[in-house]
Design a protein around this ligand. Structure first.
Ligand code: HXC
Length: 263
């Protein structure tokens, strides 16, 4: 496919890691509809490509993303228009993507509003040390609309989340790590090599069982503990219906590397 606002390629020694780079520098990667449609299409392609075991979503050295496109939103005339247009519905593709998705958040500008929300839709966030995370929607007369009031409190706790959404003030990468929003912080120049290394590690496992593992872990945010434990047990049992389960165990016993078929 041809893209205008993103670059898409594969990375890693085995070319088994998908890589999507947002590239709309004139607007600090503001997430206009055409850009998000491109991201959604790229994710669809990586999802249906069996060789891909993990995907990295990243931005530029200046900004991951400054959020939804304010210039696109400003002229919307009325509620009925935005409701009927199902505004931002294509963002859901990021949250429902079945393979591991890592946000590599670089940039000395910001991971703002919708930018922070799409990062939180990813499974793991790694940040460059100059990144900042914020939900400043309140400053322009709206509230977060893609997880800022829901995923953020689950990640950083109520008090910090409230402080962020009510003041609109951003937090630093180090604070984000301290509060559990990001898994790790690297110097800006090391960020991408380090994240590719992590992604290759993830992509080296069975892609099929990895998706099952992601699905089970995500249930921790959606179910009661009893329901989640039940779901996990059934998913664990169902790994025994895969060829890769036997391959993984036999490879351990035979002291060799597993050769997964993703079946
Ligand atoms: C459209 C944007 C933009 C945005 C920046 N730009 N953010 N355009 N939508 N969200 C444009 C600016 O208008 C400017 O264009 C260019 O990008 C550079 O931005 P500057 O402000 O000059 O850069 P800087 O001084 O470095 O400041 C960086 C910044 C600031 C702190 C990130 O740009 C900023 O506050 N942006 C808005 C962040 C925000 O409030 N986002 C909320 C979006 S609402 P020109 O043409 O003037 O050079 C949202 C809702 C989510 O995300 C709901 C989801 C469902």
């Amino acid at each position: 496919r041809k893209y205008k606002y993103i670059h898409v390629r594969t990375v890693g020694k085995g070319s088994n890691v998908g890589y999507i780079e947002l590239d709309r520098p004139s607007a600090l990667n503001a997430l206009c509809d055409p850009l998000m449609l491109e991201v959604s299409n790229a994710l669809d392609d990586f999802e249906s490509d069996d060789s891909i075991g993990c995907v990295i979503l990243t931005g530029s050295n200046k900004a991951f993303s400054a959020g939804a496109d304010i210039k696109q939103m400003a002229p919307v005339a009325k509620y009925a228009d935005i409701y009927k247009a199902k505004f931002l519905s294509q963002w859901d593709k990021i949250a429902s993507f079945r393979k591991p998705l890592i946000a590599a958040v670089n940039g000395y500008a910001n991971v703002m509003a919708g930018g922070c929300e799409i990062a939180m839709m990813c499974d793991i966030i790694y940040a460059g040390d100059t990144a900042k995370f914020g939900q400043p929607e309140i400053k322009i007369g709206i509230i977060p609309g893609a997880g800022g009031t829901q995923r953020l409190p689950r990640a950083v706790g109520k008090s910090k989340a409230m402080e962020m959404v009510l003041t609109g003030d951003p937090i630093t990468a180090d604070e984000a790590k301290q509060y559990g929003l990001v898994a790790d912080v690297f110097s800006a120049k090391d960020l991408l090599p380090k994240v590719i290394e992590k992604a290759e590690k993830i992509a080296a496992n069975s892609h099929l069982v990895t998706s099952m593992c992601k699905e089970a872990t995500n249930k921790a945010f959606e179910m009661t503990l009893a329901e989640g434990l039940h779901f996990e047990k059934r998913m664990f049992h169902s790994t025994f219906a895969t060829d890769d389960r036997l391959e993984g165990m036999m490879a351990f016993i035979e002291k060799r590397k597993p050769n997964y078929s993703n079946e």
